[in-house]
Design a binder for this molecule. Structure first.
Ligand SMILES: Nc1ncnc2c1ncn2[C@@H]1O[C@H](COP(=O)(O)OP(=O)(O)OP(=O)(O)O)[C@@H](O)[C@H]1O
Ligand SMILES: [Mg+2]
Length: 239
C-alpha cells in the first residue's frame, strides 16, 4: 500500500469516526436537554442564582445541539453531488462563518466579488469547505493583523471562459522548499494544526477539475488562485 493510500484510508476512517461520534453525542445531549427542561419547570422553587444557571446551561446545550446537527447535516450533504450555484454567495457564506475568527485576529478584509458572474456546477458544501480552509490559513499567516484580499472574476482564454477565485494575504509567506509539501496530508507548521486543511482542498478541487496555483514569497505574502472551468463541469454533471 502506498503512502498516499495509507493517508487516504486514515482520512476515511477519521471521517467515519467523526460522523459516528456525532451520532453518539446526540443521544446523551438529548437526555441532558430533557433534564434541563424538567428543571426549568421547577424554576419557581429555586433561588434566582440557581435558576439563572439552569437557563445558561440550557443555552449552552442548545448551541451544542445546533453545532452537532449542522455537522451531521454537512457530512450527509457532502455526499451528494453537484448543483448549479453562485460562487460569490458561497464566498459570502464562508466569510459569515469565519467572521468571529477574522475579527479576533484583527484581519482587514477586502473582497471584490465580480457581480453577475455566471452560475456553474459545483458542490456547494465542499467548495465552502475549501474557501473556509484557505481564508483561515490566510488569516492565520498574518502578523499583528494584516490584509486578506479575496477576488472573483472571469477570464477568457483561447475562447474559453474560466471563473477565478483568488485570495491574497500579506502574511509570513511560505519558503520555496516547503511549497511542494503544503498540500500533503499532515504537513503543518502550526502548533495546533492538523495539516489536513490544504490536502482536503486539493482533493475537493481535483473532484472539480479545478486548478490551484500557489505564489508565495517570504515577507511579502501568499496567493492562492483557483481556476474553475464551467463548461467542463457542465458537460460532466448535466444529465
Ligand atoms: N496563506 C498561507 N500563508 C503562509 N503559510 C501557509 C498559508 N497557507 C498554508 N500555509 C502553510 O501550509 C501549512 C499547511 O496548511 P493546512 O491548512 O494544510 O494545515 P494547517 O493550517 O497547518 O492546519 P489546520 O488546517 O488543521 O489548521 C500550514 O501549516 C502553513 O505552514
Ligand atoms: Mg489550515
Amino acid at each position: 500500500m502506498s503512502e498516499n493510500q495509507i493517508q487516504d484510508n486514515k482520512l476515511q476512517i477519521l471521517g467515519k469516526l467523526t460522523a459516528s461520534l456525532l451520532h453518539e453525542i446526540r443521544n446523551p445531549l438529548s437526555a441532558v436537554k430533557l433534564n434541563l427542561d424538567y428543571m426549568k419547570m421547577l424554576k419557581d422553587e429555586m433561588n434566582s442564582e440557581l435558576a439563572e444557571t439552569v437557563y445558561s446551561c440550557n443555552d449552552a446545550v442548545n448551541r451544542m445541539e445546533y453545532l452537532v446537527n449542522s455537522l451531521l447535516d454537512f457530512s450527509r450533504k457532502s455526499q451528494n453531488g453537484f448543483e448549479i450555484g453562485d460562487i460569490n454567495r458561497t464566498t459570502e457564506n464562508a466569510l459569515e462563518i469565519l467572521n468571529g475568527q477574522l475579527v479576533k485576529l484583527k484581519v482587514k478584509l477586502e473582497s471584490e466579488l465580480e457581480p453577475g458572474l455566471p452560475n456553474f456546477y459545483f458542490n456547494r458544501n465542499k467548495i465552502l469547505q475549501v474557501f473556509i480552509n484557505l481564508i483561515s490559513n490566510a488569516a492565520e499567516s498574518l502578523e499583528n493583523g494584516g490584509v486578506v484580499k479575496i477576488r472573483t472574476f472571469k477570464r477568457v482564454l483561447e475562447d474559453q471562459q474560466f471563473i477565478i477565485w483568488q485570495i491574497d494575504d500579506n502574511g509570513v509567506g511560505i519558503e520555496t522548499e516547503n511549497q511542494s509539501k503544503i498540500f500533503n496530508d499532515f504537513y503543518t507548521s502550526k502548533e495546533e494544526g492538523t495539516g489536513l486543511g490544504l490536502s482536503v482542498c486539493k482533493n475537493i478541487l481535483d473532484e472539480h477539475d479545478a486548478e490551484i496555483i500557489l505564489t508565495s514569497d517570504i515577507g511579502t505574502g501568499t496567493q492562492f488562485k483557483l481556476i474553475f472551468d464551467p463548461k467542463l463541469l457542465q458537460a460532466k454533471y448535466e444529465d
